[in-house]
Design a binder for this molecule. Structure first.
Ligand SMILES: Nc1nc2c(ncn2[C@@H]2O[C@H](COP(=O)(O)OP(=O)(O)OP(=O)(O)O)[C@@H](O)[C@H]2O)c(=O)[nH]1
Length: 453
């Protein structure tokens, strides 16, 4: 299953809350309209006319009975647009077959849907957001996020309109409600309840109301407007993890215990490996044997060595050793797990600072990325965690885990709105390939339930 499919299905669990809320608001003070007054489809030719074969083509266009022109323009996934990712970024090739140089062909199980093997794709496709690309040499580092698989058929990028029209069967009664103060208030409350945060919720509601206030709006219009607002806020932060030509690129991973650091490191390591990168992991939470074991399990799954140190030993010393090893082996990436004890912030700050100090002895620019892993199910608490970790570490980007099955996905909007930190990836499950690049439009559609039909 493609990442998009997974994300969609899983996020819908959470979006249903928002979606149901929107529906409820509309029902509350709305009324059903007749099918679609302005249905542009010119009333076609009379009707049956049993035996008259002359259909009078002259005056009537061709509208086929009532089958509305299937607007499904299956977007023929031209290779140039398939890989929406930048060259130097994480992203999941959903298939571990590490096809060496230049063959982005998916593994045997991927069953690309009649998609021309995007052989030249990586070259052509100009990466949208990028920071500092990696060597875009031989190997397509970021083969495609959601490779060929089923993505195209799901019309993920066909735009909201396409989705909307696809969802609302022609002729279905449309509920409309006047967008007045009362409705606006309900909308604000709903967005706050969906964890968007007060400020963001108010601003988003106000933007939705602009130009619509006092007018009768349909549920779909509201969802579309909301999705548009969400996507607009999220667009600037949807940025893949930048990769640098530096070897090793040091990625420091921070976050509270249980946020999903270990899992995320495992997933990332697996994706990097699949992209042909060599990775070393350092189990920097040396105080918890269970955390180290867990990381070792993930290292095995990803096929990546995990450096450990005796329980209770100095994490900075382990980081130094790991740095030496990664340098000696010419590894592309070194991912350093860290402890997530916030109980004693001072200790944690010192510990992280020491790790950074020590690895800088080997590379003054390290760490090149400091990833903060956040658990989406903690809702608004995620905002506090960003505040705190920004004080103890130089957070450069976020990974939001457990977006599957949470009703708190809206917190991402609040995070983006408030901090503007890049969201590099989202966790949508516990499996190794359950880490997806963050796509603002898909997220917005999933969150609002736009694509839920
Ligand atoms: N559903 C879901 N579960 C996840 C996701 N990411 C991590 N988890 C689960 O969350 C739990 C904690 O994940 P860990 O990776 O161990 O978290 P950690 O931050 O390393 O925690 P410590 O090891 O305690 O420091 C595990 O049960 C994971 O399987 C995700 O994206 N979705």
């Amino acid at each position: 299953m493609s990442f998009f499919g997974k994300l969609k299905n899983k996020l819908f669990k959470s979006s249903s809350k928002l979606e149901e809320g929107l529906d409820a608001i509309m029902q509350e003070g709305g009324t059903e309209d007749a099918p679609e007054p302005s249905s542009p489809t010119p009333t076609p030719t009379p009707t049956p006319q049993p035996a008259t074969p002359t259909p009078a083509p002259a005056d009537v266009p061709p509208p086929p009975a009532e089958t509305p022109e299937p607007p499904v323009e299956t977007p023929a996934p031209t290779p140039s647009e398939t890989p929406p990712q930048t060259p130097g970024e994480i992203v999941p090739p959903s298939d571990p077959a590490p096809t060496p140089a230049g063959t982005p062909a998916p593994g045997p199980d991927a069953t690309p849907p009649a998609d021309p093997m995007p052989a030249p794709a990586p070259e052509i496709a100009p990466p949208p957001p990028l920071e500092m690309p990696v060597p875009r040499d031989p190997e397509p580092v970021s083969p495609p996020v959601e490779t060929p698989t089923e993505t195209p058929t799901e019309t993920p990028r066909s735009g909201f309109l396409g989705r909307l029209f696809g969802r609302e069967p022609a002729g279905a009664p449309v509920v409309r409600r006047v967008l007045d103060d009362e409705m606006l208030e309900s909308l604000e409350e709903l967005l706050i309840a969906a964890d968007m945060g007060v400020d963001t919720a108010l601003r988003v509601s106000a933007n939705i109301a602009e130009g619509r206030f006092g007018k009768r709006v349909s549920t779909q219009e509201i969802k579309q407007a909301l999705a548009g607002e969400v996507a607009r806020i999220m667009e600037p932060v949807a940025r893949p993890l930048p990769l640098y030509p530096k070897k090793p690129q040091v990625v420091l991973v921070v976050g509270v215990n249980g946020s999903g650091k270990t899992t995320t490191i495992g997933k990332l390591a697996s994706q990097f490996r699949a992209a042909g990168k060599s990775v070393v992991i350092a189990a920097g939470d040396t105080f918890r044997a269970a955390a180290v074991e867990q990381l070792q399990v993930w290292g095995q799954r990803a096929g990546v060595p995990v450096l450990t140190a005796p329980e209770g030993s100095d994490p900075a010393s382990l980081a130094f050793d790991a740095m030496s090893k990664a340098q000696a082996e010419g590894a592309d990436l070194l991912m350093i797990d860290t402890a997530g004890r916030l109980q004693n912030r001072q200790d944690l700050m010192e510990e992280l600072a020491k790790i950074v100090r020590v690895i800088r002895k080997k590379d003054p620019d390290a760490p090149h990325n400091t990833l903060l892993v956040l658990d989406a199910t903690t809702g608004q608490n995620a905002l506090n965690q960003v505040e705190i970790f920004r004080q103890v570490a130089d957070v450069s980007g976020l990974v939001m885990t457990k977006l599957d099955g949470t009703a708190k996905g809206g917190v991402l909007v609040a995070l983006a709105d408030r901090f503007g930190l890049p969201i590099h990836a989202i966790g949508v499950g516990e499996q190794i390939d359950d880490l997806a690049p963050f796509d603002p439009e898909e997220f917005a559609a999933a969150l609002t339930g736009l694509d839920n039909g």
